[in-house]
Design a protein around this ligand. Structure first.
Ligand code: CLF
Ligand code: SF4
Length: 416
């Protein structure tokens, strides 16, 4: 008997451990950590750790290539038959990484019966909703911490959009507008949307009931209020976390207006298993190069074992479109079996002076961040960074091509 699309969706809901509390003791999810880049900076996030919108900070995940991620699903599935959901939730923002789509395509092809789930900050949701839908994604989580640009300005340090960096009210306004537009479009397509809200005492807690009502009106299915986890070294590192009582009271208050999730475990971007029983450590040796080398290998080591990481100045991950001194970020790639794989992004402080001592310190700081990189690909470069990079023994490649093309030619000519 062929199920109708609505029956398929209801069956997926019945077996989704996050969207359906009754399912969480019986059905397992597996997160695929294929997405290291992010396009915004939340003030509670340290990029060395997982995206804390959907994961517990403080634990670094290895980054898997799409192929390795799909192979790992096959391996895990044989050992955890209760696996029902494959989620992509970081370690950065899934929609800022091409690998997310490649991975979903592979999963769709190889495991059509598994439910696909995605968690995003929502900035790039408008314009991607149909693509996600066509890939079979029916469960989308958007982390939204404010529906008011003044409050958002306190939560987000910056938002990178359309090749520019926006801060303050302007940046928060763009993000909020895109989050709401993206949620609306997903709901319209028939997807089940969950909104995650990080409860930040003294910043957005009093505003959360209004935010809940606002997203509920957009057709959101369920809302999850997560407690802030203050991470040392971040802007919110000195804030306190809400108490369990404060959070419970807030959830109770909001439950008058919307369906609230109460069983979230703030799992890692590479979590595997039932929500309350993370088995990711058991499978840590399967992935990046674990099955070949016999053990888990941190992303940076994979890079060093190959031809050396390559840093690319890019605003969108697609083209080499920025100079060394004015790029918003560098994407750092490792070559794993000759295939370049994004292992991290390095955000660049764009407020630094363009001349003088402060400028020199700024350039030196970027070079320190790229210490492990053997090659730097940029659209252009000034004499100061050029001489410092050359003195540090790094190869400079000037290119204005697509990132993949530039990487291919850089790796083909790499002699290290
Ligand atoms: Fe993962 Fe998130 Fe999908 Fe669940 S987690 S992408 S919706 S499959 Fe679940 Fe984990 Fe809480 Fe997320 S317990 S952090 S809510
Ligand atoms: Fe960090 Fe996630 Fe926010 Fe990006 S969206 S800054 S990875 S918490």
């Amino acid at each position: 008997m062929t199920l109708t699309p609505e029956e398929v969706l209801q069956e997926a809901l019945r077996t989704h451990p996050c969207y359906n509390e009754a399912a969480h003791r019986e059905f397992a999810r597996m997160h695929l950590p294929v997405a290291p880049a992010c396009n915004i900076q939340c003030n509670y996030c340290d990029r060395r750790y997982d995206c804390c919108n959907e994961s517990r900070p403080g634990v670094t995940s290895e980054v898997l290539s799409p192929q390795a991620a799909a192979d790992k699903v096959a391996y895990v599935r044989e050992r955890i038959p209760a696996l029902s959901v494959i989620g992509i939730a970081g370690p950065g923002d899934p929609l800022a990484n091409k690998a997310t789509f490649e991975t979903m395509e592979l999963i769709r092809e190889r495991f059509p019966d598994l439910t696909l789930c995605l968690s995003t900050n929502g900035l790039m949701l408008p314009g991607n909703e149909q693509r996600l839908f066509d890939l079979g994604v029916r469960f989308v989580t958007v982390t939204m911490n404010a529906d008011d640009p003044d409050i958002g300005a306190e939560v987000y340090e910056y938002v990178n959009f359309d090749g520019r960096r926006y801060t303050g009210r302007e940046g928060a306004g763009i993000l909020i507008g895109r989050q709401k537009e993206g949620i609306g479009r997903c709901v319209e397509l028939g997807m089940m949307v969950k909104v995650n809200i990080v409860m930040i005492p003294g910043v957005n807690d009093a505003h959360i009931p209004d935010l809940v009502r606002s997203v509920k009106a957009l057709g959101v299915y369920i809302i999850n209020i997560l407690p802030l986890i203050p991470v040392e070294g971040t802007r919110f590192g000195e804030l306190r976390a809400p108490t369990s009582r404060e959070r419970k009271d807030l959830i109770d208050r909001c439950s008058v207006d919307a369906r609230m999730m109460r069983h979230c475990k703030q799992c890692r971007a590479d979590a595997i298993g039932l929500l309350g029983d993370d088995r990711s450590a058991e499978f840590a040796h399967i992935g990046a190069c674990g099955d070949r080398c016999g053990g888990p290998v941190p992303a940076a080591d994979v890079a060093l074992a190959g031809t050396g990481p390559i840093a690319v100045a890019t605003s969108d991950g697609e083209r080499v479109d920025a100079g060394f001194g004015n790029t918003l970020r560098f994407d750092v790639y490792a070559t794993d079996a000759d295939v370049p794989r994004l292992i991290r992004t390095v955000d660049v402080n764009t407020d630094a002076a363009v001349a003088g001592e402060e400028h020199q310190a700024h350039i030196a700081a970027i070079i320190a961040e790229l210490e492990d990189c053997g090659t730097v690909i940029v659209r252009e470069i000034g004499p100061l960074p050029r001489s410092l990079l050359e003195a540090a023994g790094k190869r400079i490649v000037i290119s204005d091509r697509g990132v993949s093309e530039a990487l291919d030619s850089a790796t083909a000519s790499q002699s290290i």
